[in-house]
Every structure is written in C-alpha cells, then in structure tokens.
Design a protein around this ligand. Structure first.
Ligand code: PLP
Length: 402
C-alpha cells in the first residue's frame, strides 16, 4: 500500500482561524453587526493604474499578434517585471541583479516551497509568536519533529516579547534556517539595521541561511527601519528575501509576489539561486501575463501614488486603533511600521478569554495572540485592513467595554 507523508498527521490541525470561525458562528443573534478586525485580508480595491494595466493586458491576450502563452523568460517572469522590481530596490540603494529575482503567485507559496532546496535534517528557528506558515511547512517536511505540549520538538523558538522589543535574541543552539519577518506579523514590530546586522553576522559566521519575509515593507514609516535585508552589508551571502504585492497593492486575490536569492549565496560551493531556479523551472510555470502587467503598474508613477494613498488609509486605521486603545488604558504595540496592532490583554485575561469578551460584548472579531505561538499568550492582534468607519466603530465599542 502507498505510504503517506506521516508528518501531516502530526499537525495539530488548522487551529487558529478555524477555531475563530467556529466561535464567531456559534455566537447566535449578536446584538449589533459583527466587525472583523481579525483576518489579515485587505478591503480596499485595486489601484486604477493596476486595473487599467490588467484591462490592457487582457485585450492583448485576445489578439493573435499580442497573445502570450508560456513565458520562456526566467522561471516564467517577463523582463519588464523583473527590471521594475530591480529598479525599485535600486531606489533604496540596493543592488539586485534581475536574475536574482523570482516572480511567483505568493509569498506564502515561496516561504513554504523554499524548503525544497534545504535538507530535512536542518535545524529551523522561528520567532515566537510567528506567521504559522513557516512552522507548518517545516512540520510537513519533517524538520519540526513532534508537536508536544504546544511546541514542536525540533524547532528552535525565538521568543519575541515586550522585553526584547519583539525582536529575537541569538539562541543557544545554532539553527541552520532562520525565519525573520519584518515588519512583523503578528506583533507589528519592525527590526532596526543594528538588529538585523546581528543576525546577518551570526548567519554568515555559522553558515546558516536567513529566510527574510518583508511582505509588509511598504508599511514602514520610520527611517531607521530597513525595507530589505539586503540593506545590511553581508546579507547577500546569507539571506533570501520574500516580498509580495498582496498587502503592498491589494493583490491578495490577484496573486503576485517575488523572492530574491543573491547569486553570492552559496553553501558547500552550491548556489541557492541556481537550486531555486531549477526548482521553480521544474515545478512552476509562472504568473499570468495579465497579473505580471498588473504588478508592473504598481511601479509606475501613477501606480505608486495610488498605492501610497491606500497604504495611508490603512495607516490611519492603525493610528485610530493604537490611539484609541492606548487612551483606554491598554498597552499597545505595532501599527507604526506595520498594519498590525498587538496589545496586551487586561490583567487576568488570557488571549482566548479576551477574544471571547471582545466578541460577545463588543461584537468585534480579533485574533488571539496565543494562536501564533506560546509567547503570544496574553496578547491580541488587530489588523488595520478594515473599513475606516468600521474600524472607528470597533475601537469605540472596545473602549466602552473596558
Ligand atoms: N508573509 C506574511 C508575514 C504574511 O502575513 C502573509 C499574508 O498574510 C504572507 C506572507 C502571504 O503573502 P501572499 O499573499 O503573497 O501569499
């Protein structure tokens, strides 16, 4: 009989969002409309420049002369999109060659699929709390060990707490693969240059690889926070960077992202760029032409301006949440360089208990911090991706029950 990948049986089940959904559904006849500030999806429409680019590209697909099938260029990405991404890095003084950029259908896929080029024996470090994709994909690949008492036995957990400014300290046990997400989901914290440099130096010294997720870089407002790990000298020999158009330009339903693997990144003399090129060339046929044109439009002057307006809209939501909850006496973090607000539950409340209180008394859906890892206990995550009016209303309701 066929043998299955037993690692899947070890997964504790999609605990967080299904459990939130179950509790919301179980809340019958809420006294007021339920406002959802839990999920990380965007609510504002695509920028007009993006829509125009999609229309134009769709029209091209309908004519023999301009129709496009498989894209033969680097792993299914046209030069125009890779050059636009390369130039956007250059605007921040980061020199990336266009063949170091791999365009895909999502940072989630890339963060998960990247495991293909690494041995199952590697020791993996994740921040705690963490975006669950890093953990679950490594569990599926057999790198996480067994799930016991709320933790995976082979993972190195890097606690990110208020005490360390939600940025991990170097661990005792040296990991081979290190996931860092900045600006961070869920804590909303963004790393400084010095903080990232510590990890870059550490990874170079130990031969580890940093898997750097900067899906939220467009939300950075403070100058001392790097948008890319490649702003840190030495990162080109130890880091892979994941980026996405999802939160930058509302592409959660359109699907487009990219991963940067410098050619200087080698282990045992082998190029990780070449390995990923081989992996993608074999298992992935690229993002549609229409979507690549849509992504390209986000880099046009019009596109940039329109996208900045939407990000400003979400930033305003973040400010409303931050200021409102702080004024109500809660201890609030994040929301300055990220669309996430992370706040401490009031004395005596665990994450899920306070989640229930907010649901039943304020009819506001949040995300309990405990769902992101043991160190998330005692915290709640709110997102700034909601509608502005609903966000304001949610904050007023939360204030009124405190
Ligand atoms: N990385 C982080 C940290 C995220 O929070 C998310 C989405 O919530 C993603 C990646 C997924 O991005 P994409 O929509 O490109 O798959």
């Amino acid at each position: 009989m066929v043998k299955l990948n037993d690692n899947f049986q070890k997964l504790p089940g999609g605990y967080l969002f299904p459990e939130i959904g179950r509790r919301v559904r179980a809340f019958q006849n809420p006294p007021m409309p339920v406002i959802r500030l839990g999920i990380g999806d965007v609510t504002q429409p695509l920028a007009p420049a993006v829509v125009e680019a999609m229309k134009k590209a769709s029209e091209e697909m309908g004519h023999k002369e301009t129709f496009r099938g498989y894209c033969e260029e680097t792993c299914g990405a046209y030069d125009f999109i890779r050059f636009a991404i390369r130039d956007s890095y250059l605007e921040r003084g980061v020199n990336i060659a266009d063949d170091e950029i791999f365009v895909s259908d999502g940072a989630k896929s890339d963060c998960g699929n990247i495991g293909d080029i690494f041995s199952a024996d590697n020791i993996v470090a994740v921040c705690d709390p963490v975006y669950p994709v890093y953990v679950d994909t490594n569990a599926m690949a057999g790198r996480a060990g067994d799930f016991e008492n709320g933790k995976w036995s082979r993972l190195v957990y890097l606690p990110c707490t208020a005490e360390n400014g939600f940025f991990p300290e170097l661990p005792e046990k040296t990991p081979d693969m290190i996931y860092i997400c900045s600006p961070n989901n869920p804590t909303g914290a963004a790393a400084t240059r010095d903080q990232l440099k510590t990890w870059v130096d550490y990874a170079n010294k130990n031969g580890s690889v940093i898997l750097f997720d900067s899906a939220y870089e467009a939300y950075i407002t403070e100058d001392d926070k790097p948008h890319s790990i490649f702003e840190i000298p030495g990162a080109e020999t130890c880091a892979i960077e994941f980026r996405s158009f999802s939160k930058t330009a509302g592409f959660t339903g359109v699907r487009c992202a990219y991963t940067v693997i410098p050619k200087a990144l080698k282990r045992g003399g082998v190029s990780l760029n070449a390995m990923w090129n081989r992996r993608q060339g074999t298992k992935f046929n690229g993002v549609s032409y229409v979507v690549q044109r849509a992504a390209e439009a986000t880099f046009s002057p019009e596109g940039k301006r329109q996208i900045a307006e939407t990000i400003a809209y979400y930033h305003n939501n973040a400010r409303v949440i931050r200021e409102g909850l702080s004024a109500a006496g809660l201890t609030v973090y994040g929301g300055v360089n990220a669309p996430y607000i992370w706040f401490r539950t009031p004395e005596g409340f665990g994450s899920w208990e306070f989640f229930d209180k907010l649901l039943y008394e304020a009819c506001v859906v949040t995300t309990p911090g405990a769902g992101f890892g043991p160190s998330g206990e005692g915290y709640i995550r709110l997102t700034a991706f909601g509608d502005a009016e609903a966000t304001l209303e949610a904050v007023e309701r939360i204030k009124s029950i405190l």
